[in-house]
Design a protein around this ligand. Sequence first.
Ligand code: TXA
Ligand code: MG
Length: 328
Amino acid sequence: MADLNTVLLSDTSRGIRAATSMLHAGAQVAFPTETVYGLGADARNDRAVAGIFEAKRRPSFNPLIVHVTDLDAAHTLARFTPQAQNLAERFWPGPLTLVLPLRPGAGLSDLVTAGLPTIGIRVPAHPVAQSLIGGFGGPVAAPSANLSGKVSPTTAEHVFDGLRGRIAVVVDGGPCAVGLESTILGFSADDPVLLRPGGISLEILSQRLGREIAYADDTTITAPGQMRSHYAPSAEIRLNAEAPEDGEIWLGFGPDRGIVAEGRNLSPSGDLTEAAANLFSALRDLDALAWSSGLRRIAVAKIPAHGLGEAINDRLQRAAAPRNEDET
Ligand code: TXA
Ligand code: MG
């Protein structure tokens, strides 16, 4: 991989225009979305998309999410089922990805879909993502802008830490408001199936449809790339802890009743939205603290399982899973 001079651009119209021309030139451009920072490239350009996998050191060609500015643009790439249409009308732009049948002749690189007959597609809400994709005028393939297997970036600095020298540009749009990747739904016929919990809770999605949404299991569709040991910090992680033990760093949630330990609190008031926004930054900070302090384990407080808690627990379980065991 060439040692690129990674440029940090501000989110001014000038910065975004420069980033847009880099996309046109086939470069990889990191940009903010409301969920996490994405590493974008022209979804119709094989070499540009291959550059994403190279920059991330992604070992296998998992399908990528395609980002467009609105539902009309999405219709040119995917066939919407009635329930998918209903959800898109209500939740786009926003942290929801729909996996739908790919429209033949959509013109996307096969690397984006990993050769599948489906496409994962979403309309991001972040104004910088909107102007970048709008200015570019085409579909932008973008996974999270981190090295494969690492925690997703929620600031431009996180992106820089992981990908400096490996990508052309990072557009700095400040910290991401949601802080967790999008919720991914697949459809088996018109029945929605949860492929990845994320920035919109299952309760809210089910409410809109007036029905339960099933979890994907091995017999339905799966989301390739959802490896068990993903988002791996170097420190060991102990979940559902009541309190830190000796030698542990503490990641709290809710009031820290009398706990005095080094660490952070995801949300002292016990707010799951705030906890989601802080999660990946906190894991990075505590991992760094683990290195510098010699404390090698992070104890994490129990996080409620409802609302965004489901996605938070999903990411924490991946962070705590044994390393490299099932990484491909
Ligand atoms: O919030 C997000 O979703 C962020 C921002 C940048 O938009 N993106 C993101 O992308 O998290 P990534 O590559 O880290 O996760 C994309 C996952 C794939 O690993 C795969 O599980 C699923 O989306 N996916 C994409 N296309 C799919 C398809 N056609 N069929 C099944 N799963 C698909
Ligand atoms: Mg990712």
